[in-house]
Design a protein around this ligand. Structure first.
Ligand SMILES: [Zn+2]
Length: 415
């Protein structure tokens, strides 16, 4: 079994050890030592990184037999911690170095979690059922849901403990002894238990690494909460992470304040005003478009050319599918004087086409469209009174000329 130096000395950043085994497991090189300060992923806390004899440690795993497995980078060369690093050999003495900023961050979050969980437990009897320390986000899951005011109260209590700078100590007890102690959460582990005590506030069985005094947590901030599995999941940030989040939110808020030319507290009201304005303008825009479509429809209808089949409006215009369709329908439905056949082509390429006709005209709009798509490609369909298509490759003039020809053909030999 590996001697875990971090159990009693969580602040040890460097250590010397002897390589006990080097193995390949699942395509990775794994090194076992007689002793280590590297923390393996366990109890919600992620692994440490660092170097062993100059070789980079990229993962640390706790195996079932109680060994700490150091997964090391395979290639040895200039990109490693030390350019002169050599592959590790059994029996070799190595110097280990823990990447401290990452480890210290984990210590801040983990001790912060103990304090926060204890505050929820002591104030509201709300148990922590699970803890996850992620790369960016840490969460605790509470057994039941609390109100916002209670969450704020527990957060305040936790920070009181942080600012009182209470000692955080490590001790060991056997399972029997632990039964008589008031642990926040009973431990299912057998044999010797490692206990973490926040002076006169919390006693928990835990194998993780912790700061020596609560003051080193810095601050505990709850970032958000949501309903989760009948209880509540809370996201929290301690120490350096709380500062990093403050900075990023400060930058975001400053940008919003600059854009809106308002103070921080007025940002939500300013956005509300903008949204209301935008809604009003959209409504006005839609009304204007409809108004414009009516005028255009009247103008186009007035310039219709007389053909054997009816009054033909054949035009290329700059509009999207919706614009073409509503304009064509408006012309075809001109109430005072029906008898219209409308072919509108977009000026965009590939072209969009809409064919429409008034109720009293004997032309099949879908047949005209089919004639156009069979010649110019693209696809589309519709009914005898209205058909639309897209993806036609031809100039607007070519398409309109073909439409005229198709209309004449559809009128048949009666002409
Ligand atoms: Zn813990």
């Amino acid at each position: 079994m590996t001697d875990r130096l971090y159990y009693t000395d969580p602040h040890g950043r460097e250590f010397d050890a002897v390589v006990a085994r080097v193995e390949r497991r699942d395509g990775r090189t794994v090194v076992m030592l007689d002793r280590t300060s590297f923390y393996p992923t366990s109890g919600g806390q992620p692994f440490d990184v660092g170097t062993l004899g100059g070789v980079r440690v990229i993962d640390v795993v706790d195996d079932e037999e109680g060994e700490v497995l150091h997964v090391v980078e395979d290639s040895v060369g200039a990109d490693l911690g030390r350019p002169d690093a050599q592959p590790l050999q059994v029996g070799q003495r190595v110097h280990g170095v823990i990447a401290w900023p990452r480890r210290f961050d984990h210590m801040q979050q983990h001790t912060g979690q103990h304090v926060l969980s204890a505050a929820f437990d002591r104030l509201f009897g709300a148990r922590t059922v699970s803890f996850h320390l992620g790369a960016d986000v840490s969460t605790i899951d509470l057994a039941r849901e609390l109100k916002a005011a209670d969450i704020t109260a527990a957060e305040a209590e936790a920070n009181r403990i942080v600012w009182e700078d209470r000692p955080v100590t490590i001790r060991f007890a056997d399972a029997k002894e632990a039964e008589s102690l008031k642990l926040r959460k009973p431990s299912a582990r057998e044999g010797t238990l490692r206990l973490i005590e926040v002076d006169a506030f919390d006693l928990s069985a835990c194998g993780g690494t912790h700061v020596a005094r609560t003051g080193a947590i810095g601050i505990i901030a709850i970032a958000s909460w949501e309903r989760f599995k009948g209880g509540q999941r809370l996201e929290f940030l301690c120490g350096g992470r709380a500062l990093a989040r403050f900075r990023s939110q400060r930058d975001t808020l400053s940008a919003a304040m600059g854009l809106l030319s308002v103070s921080a507290t007025d940002v939500p009201a300013a956005i509300e005003r903008l949204l209301a304005d935008a809604k009003g303008q959209k409504r006005a825009g839609t009304a204007l478009q409809m108004e414009l479509a009516r005028y255009r429809a009247a103008e186009f209808a007035a310039s219709a050319e007389s053909t054997a089949g009816g009054r033909l409006v054949a035009r290329a215009i700059d509009a999207d599918a919706g614009g073409l369709k509503s304009l064509a329908s408006a012309i075809a439905a001109t109430p005072a004087s029906p008898g219209y056949i409308v072919v509108l082509v977009s000026t965009s390429t590939p072209a969009l086409v809409v064919v429409a006709r008034s109720a009293d005209v004997n032309v099949q709009a879908n047949q005209v469209l089919a004639a156009l798509t069979s010649r110019f490609g693209g696809r589309g369909g519709g009914k005898p009174d209205l058909a639309q298509g897209g993806g036609l490759s031809g100039s607007p003039q070519e398409i309109l000329d073909a439409a005229r020809a198709a209309l004449l053909a559809s009128l048949g030999p009666a002409l």
